[in-house]
Write a protein that binds this ligand. Structure first.
Ligand code: FMN
Length: 174
């Protein structure tokens, strides 16, 4: 079922960092799309799995963004974002939003609508959280963004999952 293998030391070299990323990816998670809108109206979106719930009262959640991501400046500066928990049938969307591109929304235009503050919001998801940025925490090569949930929706559906670099239904990838 599982195997023991090398134990690595601190991830101080690029090779160790790659091994650490592989070890981190053995934590199976759901997959989310996070979107925002810049002051000039430009929309940004990316696939993430660093989502975590934080607090019920106040309603807080977090995710973290790699500082070198193309859209990082916009996400960190913007005062809002929307997190959508993806279903297994949204794998193509997840892959599309996991690659840098100037306008990722054109290909899926009919699947988005305007949410609070003009943030693009997926019409369909397992759960959607519309957030105002509560705090930003620069830690290492990522920034943790904490969001105050201002509006949310929740439905039922088979989740999209990620594990060991694979994307798919939980039973297919683990
Ligand atoms: C399953 C999955 C999870 C990801 N999780 C994160 C994450 O939590 N934070 C992050 O910064 N990038 C994450 N990425 C990588 C981004 O989706 C990718 O770097 C994307 O190109 C960022 O968008 P941008 O290039 O438009 O800035 C993830 C990718 C995949 C496929």
């Amino acid at each position: 079922m599982y195997s023991w293998f090398d134990t690595f030391g601190p991830a101080d070299t690029p090779a160790d960092a790659r091994a650490l990323r592989t070890a981190f990816s053995n934590f199976a998670t759901g997959v989310c799309l996070v979107t925002t809108v810049a002051a000039d109206g430009k929309r940004e979106g990316m696939t993430i799995n660093s989502f975590a719930s934080v607090s019920l009262q106040p309603a807080l959640l977090l995710w973290s963004i790699r500082d070198e991501a193309r859209s990082a400046d916009v996400f960190v500066a913007s005062g809002r974002f929307v997190v959508s928990v993806l279903g297994v049938e949204q794998q193509e969307l997840a892959l599309h939003f996991a690659r840098p591109a100037e306008d990722k929304f054109a290909k899926f235009a009919d699947q988005f609508e305007d949410g609070l503050g003009g943030c693009p919001r997926l019409r369909a998801s397992i759960a959607t959280f519309e957030c105002a940025t509560w705090s930003r925490h620069k830690e290492g090569d990522h920034t943790i963004l904490i969001g105050k949930v201002e509006r949310f929706s929740s439905s039922h559906g088979a989740p999209l999952a990620t594990y060991a670099g694979k994307l798919g239904a939980p039973g297919e990838i683990a």
